[in-house]
Structure formats: C-alpha cells, structure tokens
Design a protein around this ligand. Structure first.
Ligand code: GLN
Length: 482
C-alpha cells in the first residue's frame, strides 16, 4: 500500500484502525522524497532521525496524532535551520518553536521536512529562493507558484501529506492553485504569527496547504487561537472548523466580483471559473454579481504597504544580531553594508529600497498614508459585499503555472498577477484555493485554482462551501504525474 497519496484524514483513519503506524508514514515519505526530490527540489532540509523518534512516541488518538506536516522555512522549529531561503540566514538555527509548531506538536503532529520558498516570502514563483528554484510536479519545466512553492510542490509530489505556508498577498493560495492542492489563508489574527519570520506584519498569516478542505480544517483546528506572544492574535472561543463541512451549499449566496472577471485572464482559467459558478448553482447556492470597485488599486496599495513594512522588518538583519556577517569590515558602516549586500538577493533589495522610499520624509504622505486610506476603502468594498453574500468566488490567479525563467526579468508582470489574492490580505479576510480543473498548455496538463473568499472569522462557513465544491467537482483527487 502506498501511504503517500492519502490525505491527512485518511492517514489518520489508518493509524487509528492499526493498519499503519506513524513510523510507516515517515518511512514512506522518506522513500518518496529520495525518489522525486531531485526533480522537484521542494525541500530545503529534513531530520529523519528526529521525525522517527517523534513517530515512535506519539499518541495516535490525539487530534493530529502521528501526522507528518512539512513546514515552510520561514517558521521556527526549535533546533532546525530556518533560512527563509536566504543567504542571510544560512547558518541560523531556530532557538525556539513558533506558536504554530508548539500547537501542532501538542496535537500530536510531527513537523517533518522544511520547504523551499521565495527569499523572505517575496515572490510568486519560488525562483527568488537563494538556495534553489523548485519545479512544478505537473510539469517540471514550470514554476510551482510562490512564495510557499516548496510547500505546494511537496504536497503535490506526495513528499508531504500537508504543509504549513504563509500568505502575505497570496503565497498559500497561488502555489496551491498552480500545484493542484488546497490552500487556506485564515483571517488576520486567527493564527499566531509568533515565530514566523516577518515580511509585512499587518498582512502575514500562517495557514495549511493540503490535499483536501477537510485536512485544512483539521490543521486549522490545531493552530488557531489567541497567543499572548502575538498581540494581533484574536481572543475567540475555540471553534471546530470541521463541524459544518458536510452541510452543503444549499441556500447560501455566492457573489461573483465583477471586477475579477475581466480581460487579461487566461481563457481556460476563465472557463473553469464559469464552470465552478455553475457547479455552485447546481449545488443549490444562489449566485449574484457583486462589485468590489477599488480592486484596481489593490496591487499598487499592496506593493506600497508590503514593501514599507518589509523595509522596517528586515532592518534587523544587520549582521550583528542576526544573519550573514561580513568578514574583516573596515568600519561599522562597511560592516552593515557588506553584511546586507552579500546576504540579500536582488528582489529583497528591490523591496527594501522601494519600502524605504515610501516611508521617507516628503513621500510618506503621498504614498504610505494614501495607501493606508485606500486599504480602508478596499476593506469597505468587502464589508458591503458580505452584507449580501456568504462568500465570493473567482479564480485564484489569472494564469496557470508559467515556465521557469519566463518572468524573472519582469517584476511588474509578476506583481500584476497577484490581483486576485492580495486584496484578501489588505482586507484581513479569509480565503481558500481549491483545484478547479486543468488547462492544457503546450501539451502539459496544468492545474487551475478556484478561490472562495469569506468574511473575517467566517472560516467555518468558507470551509463548508469549499468542501461542497471540492466533493462535487472531484478535481482534488487527481495526482500529479511524477
Ligand atoms: N506574490 C506576493 C509578493 O511577492 C505575495 C507574497 C506572499 O504572500 N508572501 O509579495
């Protein structure tokens, strides 16, 4: 029996019936990794011995007892490297567990393997990793999406059953879409960010990538909740996010944001979006057009605010407290300059420069402050829409996975393709990407992602809608040909 193609909840059933044990699962993953990792390059490091030790100790009756979860390399796991795929942090080891990791461990899960990413989570293709580019398991000449591209590729290539990613402007949902997985970005504040290396603190949120909506709900159950170590985490009563999964879509209202179905979308993605809308209608949902009039400003606002926050967050990597330290500096300034010059890649530098400019005196009001005001308008658009509908539907990305190298010289083109995912983060609401069919491009069959967006703190309803679509459409069960 090949365990690696099971979903988390199927694997859990096998553990509990005694048909398999956690050690079998880790060993099956390791064998699979040895076989496919040279092709995907989804992983950065792993500690097999430690994982096997945890597997032998775990109690499978715990909520995630014995289930291995891969972790994006921006999240601290005590004793493991945590490089953010940057030269800056090549030698850094996590001195403590992120709150999501201590919660996963308390639920019995086994953090196994660290996944590749765009350096400091800046990017949409995982090509900005300073260590290696990751390849899409559906077509190895293509990118897996980003920035959590290693997490998505690992799940799609069956090197992991599920993974954690982080989503600042789409970095869980877009790679999930490109690799044919399910990816959930929770509401801002739902999950503690303590121990996640910060990119843009008002936008960052950790969430799961997995092979089903149910698996995402199970992981969210374990990682959600107030954390005194993250003042932006919300103090809410515990919720079981799996409880409404099977209630279907009947009677719910799904909104189609008209600004998200415009020119410039790949025709095959557009057709899949339209098919998904029809599917929702067949499932008994009422479908209505809604408007998010400030959508056109979302990319501009995001790239002002995210870079401004990044320039502040990345100031800590000065070669003194953290990170790469230049050898034989001539003086203090030379020390800072060369430590940062050598440690950061070009996309990270571009963003630090942009963000520093946005925050500099004379430009702050014109850019940063104005972007904050437009952010409020974007949030208001969603507030209005959610007065009439339970969730929104749209494609996750206007494209499918492109070829490695195709867009590396054109950062603006790369930024513009984030149009369907970034407003979610600006508004702080939750969103999920579900496999929604395939496009055929140059003979390759490439996954298309359908995105549902839910109002703040309405994950339970969002997951219910996503699960209804997932079960009826059946796309999720397809395996990458690797
Ligand atoms: N692609 C977006 C960016 O480059 C989103 C990244 C993310 O969500 N971490 O910033």
């Amino acid at each position: 029996m090949d365990l690696t193609s099971l979903s988390l909840h199927e694997l859990q059933r096998k553990f509990r019936s005694g048909e398999a044990c956690p050690r079998d699962a880790i060993e099956a993953l390791e064998a699979r990794i040895v076989q496919v990792e040279p092709k995907t390059k989804a992983l950065l490091h792993r500690n097999l011995e430690n994982a096997l030790r945890l597997a032998d100790q775990t109690d499978v009756s715990l909520p995630l007892g014995g289930l291995p979860i891969a972790i994006k390399d921006a999240i601290h796991v005590e004793g493991d490297p945590c490089t953010c795929a940057s030269k800056m942090l090549t030698r850094y080891k996590a001195p403590y567990d992120a709150t999501v990791i201590s919660r996963l461990k308390a639920a019995g899960a086994i953090p196994f393997t660290r996944t590749n990413m765009d350096e400091f989570a800046m990017g949409s293709s995982t090509e900005n990793s300073a260590i290696q580019p990751t390849h899409n398991p559906w077509d190895l000449s293509r990118i897996p999406g980003g920035s959590s591209g290693g997490s998505a590729a690992a799940v799609a290539a069956r090197e992991a059953f599920a993974a954690l990613g982080s989503d600042t402007g789409g970095s869980i949902r877009q790679p999930a879409a490109f690799c044919g997985c399910v990816g959930l970005k929770p509401t801002y504040g739902r999950v503690s960010r303590y121990g996640l290396v910060a990119f843009a603190s008002s936008l960052d949120q950790i969430g799961p990538l997995a092979r089903s909506t149910r698996d995402c709900a199970m992981v969210l159950n374990a990682i959600a909740g107030k954390d005194p170590k993250d003042s932006t985490s919300l103090d809410l009563p515990a919720e079981d996010f799996t409880k409404d999964l099977d209630l279907g879509m009947k009677g719910l209202r799904i909104g189609i944001p008209k600004e998200y179905f415009v020119e410039g979308i790949d025709p095959q993605v557009q057709a899949a979006g339209e098919a998904a809308i029809r599917q929702c209608q067949e499932l008994g949902a009422e479908v209505a057009e809604v408007s998010l009039p400030h959508t056109q400003y979302a990319v501009g606002v995001y790239y002002i605010l995210a870079t401004a926050e990044a320039s502040a967050n990345l100031a800590r990597f000065d070669g003194v407290r953290y990170g790469n330290r230049a050898s034989h500096p001539k003086n203090l300034l030379d020390h800072y300059q060369r430590s940062r010059e050598e440690g950061f890649g070009s996309e990270v530098k571009r963003r630090i420069i942009l963000g520093t400019y946005m925050l500099s005196s004379g430009y702050y009001d014109a850019y940063y402050l104005r972007a904050q005001k437009v952010r409020t308008l974007i949030r208001d658009d969603f507030n209005k829409a959610f007065q009439c509908v339970d969730a929104l539907i749209c494609p996750t990305s206007p494209d499918v996975a492109f070829r490695l190298g195709e867009r590396t010289d054109d950062p603006l083109r790369m930024y513009l393709a984030d149009i369907f995912t970034i407003a979610t983060n600006l508004a702080g609401i939750c969103g999920i990407s579900i496999p929604g069919g395939f496009a055929t491009v140059d003979g390759s069959r490439l996954p298309i992602g359908i995105q549902f967006l839910g109002n703040s703190l309405e994950e339970t309803k969002l997951l219910r809608i996503a699960n209804a679509y997932e079960s009826a459409s059946g796309w999720v069960s397809q395996l990458a040909p690797i």
